[in-house]
Write a protein that binds this ligand. Sequence first.
Ligand SMILES: Nc1ncnc2c1ncn2[C@@H]1O[C@H](COP(=O)(O)OP(=O)(O)OP(=O)(O)O)[C@@H](O)[C@H]1O
Length: 333
Amino acid sequence: MATLELSNVVKSFDKTTIIHGVDLAVSDGEFVVFVGPSGCGKSTLLRIISGLEPATSGDIRIDGQRVNEVTAAHRGCSMVFQSYALYPHMSVYDNMAFGLENLGVAKAVIETKVTAAATMLQLGPLLQRKPTQLSGGQRQRVAIGRSIVREPKLFLFDEPLSNLDAELRVSMRAEIRDLHARLGATMIYVTHDQVEAMTMADKIVVLRAGRIEQVGTPLELYNTPCNQFVAGFIGSPRMNFVPAAEFPSALPGTHTVGIRPEHAQLADSGPLQLKIKQVEQLGSTSILHGHVVPDAPFELILNGQTTIQRGDTVCVSAPPEQLHCFDSNGLRL
Ligand SMILES: Nc1ncnc2c1ncn2[C@@H]1O[C@H](COP(=O)(O)OP(=O)(O)OP(=O)(O)O)[C@@H](O)[C@H]1O
């Protein structure tokens, strides 16, 4: 398996720079998720690692070796795409065997590897089918199987689950994590879905506009987001932001206070007055939506069920240790 190191990686298309000097170290066997809004450069960075796209400048090292000039076919990376990219006229078996046949691997060896991967992915009974005869989840497993048989140093996944329905996404998430545990492989996984990032990653890399905003474990990002962007991106429902003037106990120099919906509490008196616009009763929890000041939408999660209704005004507070204080540049204090 492999380590990966990016040093000051820059990517420009014509005169537009879209990756602005990215530094990142990935350890052997780590599951790293790149997350960020649409267009922030996640896929481009993955393609640069795979060799499908050259970097404009900077170094890419796999296992300590600079690979900028090594072609995609020789980098030892294997990519699983959102579109699966299966050959429609080939059986599942042939789709998985094809890459190895091209490399001139002996037929018997191919058969052993394809059979082992198919067993691991529960594709054994489907090996003679064509991709059109498979469900979305089965197709995605074939795409993953095609990667596994090549025994890559680095597995790269580009939004592999976004074409699947919500239920299947949840089960495939678990399957990919399980696969990671069994193979002990280094994996880099791109998604714009922060829940996918939180549930799958050993380490999350949050990107915005071609720059890394923060790198950390899911709970590090949740507990101590380095700025307002990360704070708003990680966590669901999203963190509430309130002008510091509304919260007298905020740290000196605070411009905006962040309070997660699960940390806000109903109180007998202030500091916040939440005017309720909508109540979502989910049975085990209730979500109150409203505003604390006209431009500050606010959500609060209550355990259990509530009699609070649209039109009510309630007082809200939060424990001081759960407040996130940001300065006027959005940086954590
Ligand atoms: N071949 C190209 N030529 C010019 N611009 C490109 C090219 N490929 C990507 N871009 C631009 O680079 C930026 C980053 O694109 P990229 O696909 O890496 O983003 P992303 O974070 O993966 O987005 P998404 O989540 O929407 O897939 C975008 O603004 C995109 O328009």
